[in-house]
Design a binder for this molecule. Structure first.
Ligand code: DAH
Length: 351
């Protein structure tokens, strides 16, 4: 009896010493396995007389049950310890401040684009969008650029090493002016029946804001920048309409009537005559300085012809302005690269 108690104590100590489930299973084998100590005792019963066998067998079985329950207890302890360890490892520090969802805001140039669209929209201009990868024909040829015009050169234009289905070289559009051609041609196609009957078609009045690309980079130029093209074509649209529309736009954009506009003669292949539009504020930090805000002009007859219209009948004006520059002027930003660096310390100021 004493020996069986010792055996139980030994098993308890052995099980307690097992720190891992695998060690516990080894310890179990030493007592309850095929050649374990309890099993050996049970085998020893064979040589006893029937009466002794019964009492001795009962004692051993009791000890065996005790050892089995010690084993089950220890298994449970180890499982709990393992669970506690896992919970600890995955513990959350609930005292840490949560990760908040950032409050977004519009990019300053996007704000400018929206203002431009709203102002021209209120003057009856449609807003159009078009591809940033253009054909050589759309970017230059259709706009009356001679074959040897410097704007075509590799120094200014990013070329794509690929041609379209009709074998025309592709480029990243260096201006939004191709949208004049795309929009006008679509408009003409929509009214082909009227044109065939010799009837007048509705006027074309559109702006096309978007991204443009040039091989250029300094404080006032970025290889990716924005432009907004404008086009108004009809039977009786003149330079004075351009002046009215553009003056109205500038006053509303900059929210001041104390603003002067000047049309300075210039040259663009797609307009004749052409003018640079300068503005001067009567007040504020930029007071008195002439600031160039757009190129413009009366659309060249060759371009009107490429729209699919008769330049004897249809005439009008176009302009191209830089929303990045307008944004710089409106907010007093002096380095255009700030717009595209993605530095939140800068961008948050416009939220
Ligand atoms: N495309 C010209 C540029 O990128 C800007 C421009 C000038 C557009 C005159 C026009 C225009 O439509 O009439 O510099």
């Amino acid at each position: 009896m004493n020996a069986l108690d010792d055996l139980i104590d030994a098993a308890r100590a052995d099980f307690a010493a097992a720190a891992q489930p695998a060690e516990l299973e080894d310890a179990k084998a030493r007592y309850l396995g095929k050649t374990g100590r309890v099993t050996e005792l049970l085998k020893g019963l064979a040589v006893l007389a029937p009466q002794d066998k019964k009492t001795r067998g009962a004692e051993i079985n009791q000890a065996k049950q005790r050892i089995e329950s010690l084993l089950a207890e220890r298994r449970e302890q180890l499982a709990e310890a393992e669970l506690a360890r896992q919970l600890h490892a995955e513990a959350l520090d609930v005292t840490l401040p949560g990760r908040r969802r950032g409050v977004g805001g519009l990019h300053p140039v996007s704000r400018t684009m929206q203002r431009i669209e709203a102002i021209f929209g209120s003057m009856g201009f449609d807003v159009a969008d078009g591809p940033e990868i253009e054909t050589d024909w759309m970017s230059f040829t259709a706009l009356n650029n001679p074959e040897n015009h410097p704007a075509r050169s590799m120094q200014d234009t990013f070329y794509v090493d690929m041609k379209d289905a009709e074998g025309r070289w592709l480029n990243l559009r260096p201006h939004t002016s191709p949208m004049q051609v795309r929009y006008a041609r679509a408009h003409v196609a929509r009214h082909a029946d009227r044109i065939a009957r010799g009837e007048a078609i509705p006027e074309i009045r559109v702006i096309a804001p978007g991204r443009t690309y040039r091989v250029d980079s300094d404080a006032t130029h970025s290889p990716m920048f924005h432009q907004c093209e404008g086009l108004w074509i009809g039977e009786n649209v003149s330079f004075k309409d351009l002046k009215a529309v553009f003056s109205d736009f500038c006053r509303r954009f900059f929210e001041t009537d104390d603003l002067e506009l000047r049309f300075r003669p210039s040259f663009f292949p797609f307009t004749e005559p052409s003018a640079e539009v300068d503005i001067a504020f009567a007040d504020g930090p930029l007071k008195g300085a002439w600031l160039e805000v757009a190129g413009s002009g009366q659309v060249h007859p060759n371009v009107v012809r490429n729209f699919g219209l008769d330049p004897e009948r249809y005439i009008g004006f176009a302009f191209g302005m830089g929303p990045d520059r307008l944004t710089m002027l409106r907010y007093g930003v002096n380095d255009m690269r700030l717009f595209f660096d993605g530095d939140l310390r800068f961008l948050r100021q416009f939220r």
